[in-house]
Design a protein around this ligand. Structure first.
Ligand SMILES: [Zn+2]
Length: 276
């Protein structure tokens, strides 16, 4: 592995949020506790063979076990929501249904609030480019709502279109909410540069906006990302092809030839750096 000058490592994480049951937690717990108690009593009866002498009573313990199991099952069913877990973090907003479908921050077009359904509405495209509208109900996913809003305000503030008085009433991003998951770095090979449309074929050529995770070719990094983040620190010291960064693709050929001519020099530099 060559030790090339890379983007400083940013710890990539996201939070995983399980949906809350919309049933009262006390109801769920009562069913659960009652189920366990009844099952326990039945099991004890069976074990001690309490009603062994009476033919009619003999079956009671097994009925108790069966009844208790039904109550416990009901508690589990009431306590489990059919809504999928959500993920909020560096790669955007994701929904877990077997695989994770994600909407990267750079692909979010608008974040609004539907006061009738009490849901946060995230409109944009998923990571395959398909249009997607994701509704997150406050009741089932209060922590996810809090984190989506907070992260979006920091990363892509222009897309958050929610009145201040509504924002004030929404759940907050609790520090201990959800389960923090460590993530792999962004898979950049095969992605297209957001400024030049050039396909990234070599990982060290990529520069990533830390806020929205837009990917840029190292020499096409604009001064400012489309999300509003300052990208000056990611611009190549050797000089930027600003014409290209400003979406002028006319000198694409020169750019490619230049890159090829430069490549061996880069190799030498890196081997030298590795020796030191
Ligand atoms: Zn950005």
């Amino acid at each position: 592995m060559s030790k090339k000058k890379k983007q400083p490592k940013v710890r990539r994480q996201e939070r995983r949020f399980f949906p809350q049951s919309t049933f009262s937690p006390w109801l769920v717990r009562s069913f659960g506790a009652l189920g366990a108690a009844v099952m326990g009593a039945g099991a004890l009866g069976m074990q001690r063979d309490m009603f062994a002498g009476d033919e009619k009573m003999k079956a009671i313990p097994s009925y108790l076990v069966a009844g208790g199991a039904v109550l416990t099952g009901l508690a589990i069913w009431l306590g489990t929501s059919s809504d999928p877990p959500l993920r909020v973090g560096a790669p955007g907003v994701g929904v877990e249904r077997g695989e994770i479908r994600r909407m990267p921050w750079y692909a979010v077009e608008a974040i609004t609030f539907e006061s009738g359904a009490l849901s946060l509405v995230v409109v944009g495209k998923d990571d395959t480019g398909q249009s997607w509208t994701l509704k997150v109900p406050v009741k089932a996913q209060p922590d996810a709502v809090g984190w989506i809003v907070t992260e979006a305000q920091r990363r892509i503030p222009k897309t958050v279109d929610i009145a201040d008085e509504v924002l004030a009433k929404l759940p907050r991003a609790e520090q201990h909410a959800g389960l923090v998951v460590d993530l792999e770095p962004v898979q950049v090979v095969g992605k297209r540069c957001a400024a030049s449309d050039k396909t990234i074929s070599y990982e060290p050529d990529a520069r990533i906006c830390e806020r929205c995770e837009r990917v840029y070719f190292k020499r096409s990094v604009p001064k400012k990302c489309k999300c509003g983040a300052n990208l000056a620190h990611l611009r190549d010291a050797k000089g930027q092809d600003d014409a290209l960064a400003d979406e002028d693709e006319s000198d694409d050929v020169d750019e490619a030839a230049e890159a090829e001519a430069e490549a061996p020099q880069d190799e030498k530099d890196s081997s030298k750096a590795a020796e030191v």
